[in-house]
Design a protein around this ligand. Sequence first.
Ligand SMILES: [Zn+2]
Length: 275
Amino acid sequence: MRAKISVISMGGTLCIGYDVEAGAPACTREFLGVMSRLHVARGAPCTLFVRGQTLEKNARQIKEIVGNPLFDLQQHTYSHLIFKRIECDTGKKHEVYGKDESIVTIKKDVEKANDVFRKKLGISPIGMTTPYAFHRGLLDRPDILAVLHGAGIRFLRSWGRNEKGYTPVPLDVQPFFYDEQGFPDMLECPVNGWQDCIFRDDHGWKARWDQTFIADLDQVARRGEYIALCQHDWSSIREDPEMEMTAAIIDHALASGVRIISYKALYDEKLQGRG
Ligand SMILES: [Zn+2]
């Protein structure tokens, strides 16, 4: 009997989001070059969630992709501020990240990122990945949602941890609007499954991240649901300078009939779906 071919026609939606946040400009620039070639060659859209301080250092390079419909540019705060204290149980150790920041501090940081976007790129972000992300996103913090909404943010990737404060997030955690918190036009786009850097740090940087992701992608696609690919500038090119694993993921999605759309497109679609 012939080996079963793994590529079958499926539904499902893949949103690819890169957190662009490196401190070293050389790293961000190398990533931008490899990433843009890879996406352009495949006609695959993505969203870049850019930290304000990283944008300041790489404005000319990032400006080169502004206006290209394949690249949706959104923000990742100005300074990589962690909004809430996170307790994380990795199974090997217990870690604490960040602290509960004041609303004033959060507002300043998010608005400063918007200012840098307007000044350097002439665009106003409506989407954000919250640094580190949380278990259950911002369901417990309507006060933070209010600040983000006031700053023009309409979609978020803020649910990126499970009940242990770690990953993976169950795949059945799907996009939802923050209705009960009073923001029916704010969409949470959870980072379900693993994040690249957490998986690769845990399993080794040469481990086949793409295979793990593809197994999750197939599972979600069979149900016609959504999955997030969360990568970073620095992690995408670490031990994989040509981003071959990312290319394998995109190629698999395209061959399987999984559609790839930006987070902005997902938001527009979900909002329209509300009627
Ligand atoms: Zn980040």
